[in-house]
Design a protein around this ligand. Structure first.
Ligand SMILES: C[S@@+](CC[C@H](N)C(=O)[O-])C[C@H]1O[C@@H](n2cnc3c(N)ncnc32)[C@H](O)[C@@H]1O
Ligand code: SF4
Ligand code: SF4
Length: 300
């Protein structure tokens, strides 16, 4: 991350904390809900299968930028399936950078060839060792590993949603993150129980066990892009929700925090680490703030 971006984020953070402001800084644009996979834990794929047009995405980017968003995520559905004429996901990243977004990240299932050097991070979902990942995501593990190997840049961060199926495979994903070229780090989430997926949820004691494993791996020097000072809040779901510094834009609809905001009771069971981390940072939690500086400087 550029030092000028860090200074801008710091000023934003301090003024949000001091004046208890709820202005957002992180925005996600959903490009499509179309997807080539049907993962067991996912409830957002292929509800409409519409790919939103380039001009719509561009005006959503402009709107988010005007509102002060400087960290932009593209998400889906599958982001690498997005296209409009000759334009693809890489054109969107380049457009976002030229518009002035300071950090531009893309979330992908990794089943398509990866040529996205302009992104700050490519969050690539890997949900366990080969056996457990394939149970959740179909027979895709080998394709993904091959695509990571042949990626044209080293800006990949693995993204694992921990659930009842893959709970014992955290170390395996850490090993891939540490040993494969092109991977910078791994970032974890806990399963968030959207309707119909509650059976994949973890109990508080299972989450605690996972956090101990992740902490152990951090101590051993594995590249983990999470803040361990937020773990106690994630285990017990005691972090403040929703996170007002995050917004999501899907087909013209702007939601605070996540597109899941309207699902009754879900925020109390939220497993997204970034929500816990951001909401604690902007409430002025000093331990989380200090760790955030160390971690972000290392991995972005
Ligand atoms: C919805 S997907 C969209 C991007 C891309 N298709 C992918 O799989 O990475 C974004 C991320 O959300 C995660 N995810 C999906 N359902 C989830 C759930 N119920 N709880 C936690 N994470 C979930 C996925 O594993 C993935 O890492
Ligand atoms: S690849 Fe992503 S969007 Fe598609 S089903 Fe899996 S988690 Fe959902
Ligand atoms: S806090 Fe609520 S709205 Fe935000 S990501 Fe979690 S479940 Fe969704």
């Amino acid at each position: 991350m550029k030092i000028t971006s860090l200074i801008k984020f710091s000023i934003f953070g301090i003024s949000s904390i001091v004046f208890k402001r709820k202005k957002p800084i992180l925005g996600t644009i959903i490009l499509t809900d179309k997807c080539n996979l049907t993962c067991k834990h996912c409830s957002v794929n292929n509800l409409t299968a519409i790919i939103y047009p380039y001009e719509q995405i561009k005006s959503e980017m402009r709107l988010l930028y005007k509102r002060g968003i400087r960290i932009l995520f593209f998400c889906g559905g599958e982001t690498f399936m997005w296209n409009d004429g000759s334009k693809n996901i890489r054109d969107l990243v380049i457009e976002a950078k030229s518009m002035g977004f300071l950090i531009v990240n893309v979330v992908t299932n990794g089943t398509f060839k990866i040529d996205l050097p302009e992104a700050d991070l490519i969050l690539l979902s890997l949900d366990g060792d080969k056996e457990k990942h394939n149970i959740i995501r179909g027979d895709t593990y080998d394709i993904i590993i091959n695509n990571i190997n042949t990626a044209t840049s080293g800006n990949i961060c693995l993204y694992m949603a921990i659930n009842q199926i893959n709970i014992n495979t955290i170390e395996s994903v850490c090993n891939v993150a540490k040993n494969m070229k092109n991977i910078r780090a791994v970032s974890f989430n806990f399963h968030t129980p959207y309707p119909g997926t509650a059976e994949l949820s973890l109990t508080a004691s299972e989450k605690e066990r996972c956090c101990k494993v992740i902490e152990k791996m951090i101590k051993r020097g594995y590249p983990i892009f999470n803040l361990k000072s937020a773990f106690p809040y994630l285990i017990n779901n005691t972090f403040p929700t929703p996170c007002h510094q995050c917004v999501v834009m899907e087909n013209g609809k702007l939601s605070i925090c996540g597109r899941c905001i309207d699902i009754p009771g879900l925020c109390k069971k939220c497993g997204y680490f970034f929500v816990a981390e951001y909401s604690l940072i902007f409430r002025g939690n000093l331990r989380v703030i200090f760790e955030m500086f160390k971690t972000y400087l290392r991995y972005i």
